[in-house]
Design a protein around this ligand. Structure first.
Ligand code: ATP
Length: 241
């Protein structure tokens, strides 16, 4: 198992956001966490990324294991550098006044000196040809879809083996959503493990191998994407009937 979240309980101050949830991700899988607003999806990703205060959710019970080892005492920078687990946050958080290339370069600061960066840049430009065309352009002038591609590209430039994505389809026109999700599937077929948080359950289940439905900080359902897509309650609540 690459990642396993075990009976995780998380609080923000006195507010309990996760009530003992368990889920896991195997190497090479796409696993999705779906659920309504406030269900605890972002909190799950932030907890795994070990994000620093003040917005940090506090783990008050359970464990998060990466390749069998607890990572509760791992610094956020080491999650990226040593575990090679990168987060693409909701809202992208790219640096608008820097160019596409500069944003990608920023993600390489923690890489080994002998890393083959040229190969990695090329891989990103192959995946997202539009970023190649716009590599010298200021990022704030990119469309929403292109900014999301850049956010994914930047995470890949950390040299990660697994990506956590928070609502990557948010705010994108339908055609761009499909394009982005096709690319995510391709990335996975090339070997990248994905933990995908999405409100758009249909899009997520279309590419994921397995999924978990979160509901107010608990796991309401889990299974293969086919099982979830065929589950009447999931269909009613998240797939429009
Ligand atoms: P969304 O799609 O709206 O981000 P989500 O499933 O990702 O939803 P979370 O953002 O993880 O849900 O929120 C889970 C619970 O934790 C919610 O009740 C939310 O109000 C609460 N929460 C999230 N962030 C904080 C915070 N910084 N301080 C206090 N409570 C928070």
């Amino acid at each position: 198992m690459l990642l396993s979240v075990e009976n995780l309980e998380v609080k923000y101050g006195n507010i309990q956001a996760l009530h003992g949830i368990s889920f896991n991700v195997k190497e090479g899988e796409i696993v999705t966490l779906i659920g309504a607003n406030g269900a605890g999806k972002t909190t799950s990703l932030y907890s795994i990324a070990r994000l620093a205060p003040p917005e940090a959710p506090k783990v008050v019970g359970g464990d998060i294991r990466f390749m069998g080892e607890s990572i509760l005492n791992t610094a956020p920078s080491d999650v990226v550098k040593n575990l090679k687990l990168a987060l693409v946050p909701e809202g992208r958080h790219i640096f608008g006044n820097l160019t596409v290339m500069e944003n990608l370069e920023l993600a390489t600061y923690s890489r080994d000196k002998d890393a083959d960066l040229d190969k990695d840049y090329q891989r990103i430009f192959d995946l997202f040809p539009r970023l190649a065309e716009r590599r010298k352009q200021r990022s704030e002038s990119l469309s929403g879809g292109e900014q999301q591609m850049l956010a994914v590209g930047r995470a890949l430039m950390t040299g990660c083996r697994a990506l956590m994505l928070d609502e990557p389809s948010m705010g994108l026109a339908p055609v761009l959503k499909y394009e982005l999700f096709r690319t995510l599937k391709k990335l996975n077929e090339e070997g990248m493990t994905l933990l995908l948080v999405e409100q758009n359950a249909k899009l997520a289940l279309d590419i994921a191998h397995r999924g978990y439905v979160l509901d107010t900080g608990t796991i309401a359902a889990s299974g293969t994407s086919e099982e979830l897509a065929g589950n009447p309650e999931v269909r009613k609540a998240y797939l429009g009937g």
